[in-house]
Design a protein around this ligand. Structure first.
Ligand code: SF4
Length: 74
């Protein structure tokens, strides 16, 4: 199964749990800029958060553990 990279970021957030790509603040998937995110009101994203939330949900439905995992090591 092929999965596409959905986001790349160098931002480090204290609420981020790397192992699950999870937001401990919002208790859901980390999608920077999503409602309730610390970045939601002070950052601008090339791809709107709502669109990235939808892409992440679609990747999970397709069985991708984390967006971009299939591109590691390429
Ligand atoms: S959604 Fe926002 S607040 Fe939550 S872990 Fe990701 S960057 Fe941090």
């Amino acid at each position: 199964m092929e999965c596409e990279a959905l986001a790349v970021s160098s931002f480090s957030c204290p609420n981020f749990e790397m192992e699950r790509d999870y937001c401990m603040r919002l208790r859901t998937d980390c999608v920077p800029g999503r409602p309730g995110c610390v970045l939601a009101k002070n950052s601008v994203f090339a791809v709107p958060a709502d669109e990235r939330i939808g892409e992440k949900e679609e990747a999970k439905r397709r069985g991708c553990a984390r967006p971009g995992d299939s591109q590691q090591g390429t």
